[in-house]
Structures are given as C-alpha cells and as structure tokens.
Design a protein around this ligand. Structure first.
Ligand SMILES: [Zn+2]
Length: 84
C-alpha cells in the first residue's frame, strides 16, 4: 500500500461520506458514498479504501475514528444524518 495513493485520492469524512455525492474521476459514475464498494482495509492504520462500484477505480478512503473522536463528533453534531 503506497502513501502516494492517498495524496491523489479523496479523504472521506468517516461520519458523513455515506450521504455525500461522489463522482468517479475515471468513469464519471455519480452516486452516494454508501454505494461505493469496499476496497482494502488496513488494520494497521485503520484506513479503508472505497472503490467506484462501476469501474473499480479507487475514489477515496476513510480512517476510522478513535472512540473519543466518535463521542466528540456525536456531541458536536446531535441528530446528524450519517446514513449508518
Ligand atoms: Zn468509476
């Protein structure tokens, strides 16, 4: 897994990307983040790749938040739609 990949790809907001509009730069697919295919997951870095469901192009990644980050975000965004 190369670091360069992450400089080129989109950093997705773990909390909200499922509800966001995503466009694949390779094939032009448009949809919600929830429709993306799961790619590789790095347990070491808690980073999950998300791929385009149409062409398989890597479109972004998210990093799983720490437990306290999760709690902080929930407090700061009460009732926020996450699509979970
Ligand atoms: Zn695509």
């Amino acid at each position: 897994m190369g670091g360069l990949l992450y400089l080129k790809s989109m950093s997705l907001n773990f909390f909200t990307f499922r509800k966001e509009d995503i466009t694949c730069l390779k094939c032009g697919w448009k949809g919600k983040g929830a429709e993306l295919s799961y790619g590789d997951f790095s347990e070491e870095h808690a980073i999950c790749d998300m791929d385009c469901p149409a062409c398989g192009e890597h479109v972004g990644f998210w990093q799983a938040p720490l437990t306290d980050e999760l709690e902080r975000w929930k407090k700061a965004n009460p009732g926020a739609e996450t699509g979970w």
